[in-house]
Design a protein around this ligand. Sequence first.
Ligand SMILES: *Cc1c(COP(=O)(O)O)cnc(C)c1O
Length: 227
Amino acid sequence: MSTIQSNIQSLRQHIPAHVQLVCVSKFNPNEAILEAYENGERIFGESKVQELCGKQESLPKDISWHFIGHLQTNKIKFLVPFVSLIHGVDSFNLLTEINKQAAKAGRRLNCLLQIHIAREETKFGFSPDELLEMLDAGAWKQLQNVQICGLMGMATYTDNRIQIQTEFRGLKTLFDQVKTAYFDSEPSFCELSMGMSDDYRLAIDEGSTLVRVGSSIFGSRMYTGSL
Ligand SMILES: *Cc1c(COP(=O)(O)O)cnc(C)c1O
């Protein structure tokens, strides 16, 4: 059995049926993705637009591609034709631009709003207050070509499990609050994207519906260029 195959098999033992696995294939070659594909995986996540577009072109068309990186507005148009879910929408401006590009293509694009839950300054996202302010303002309701499907967050990079658990729990509380207050009549607001290789089991315990796992499937990444 190949390493990727056995990694997937052991990972799958810890992922309940109501949680979707996003195989984070960034920096990994098509052959590695195909190996995961042959083991039944269909959802792959990438964080660079150019890399994602190249892979999408040459890999099987029934792959569901998720964009998990920081999206620049001038690159949205490249994703619009095929992307299934954009995880990291971190400003109203970005949401507006996605809406505009999606409208041109006659699509409605699924998005998650990224929330800053970690201690690190470097991670992107709305603060909980900024999120509520944006939702209260209401202009997002006019954006007919985006579907807000839920929230996404990344915990602090730390060995402190309690810290990570507290951050995930806080994000789940915010998700429930936002669902009740703004999306109660919208069943499509149902996704909570949290958990990576080191913390996906904690995230699932705290209510994640989408885990983004890279190195536990494909091995540690070789960083060849800049991040
Ligand atoms: C790279 C990345 C992951 C996967 O990280 P691993 O630790 O390799 O599982 C998940 N989410 C985001 C946003 C990423 O950029």
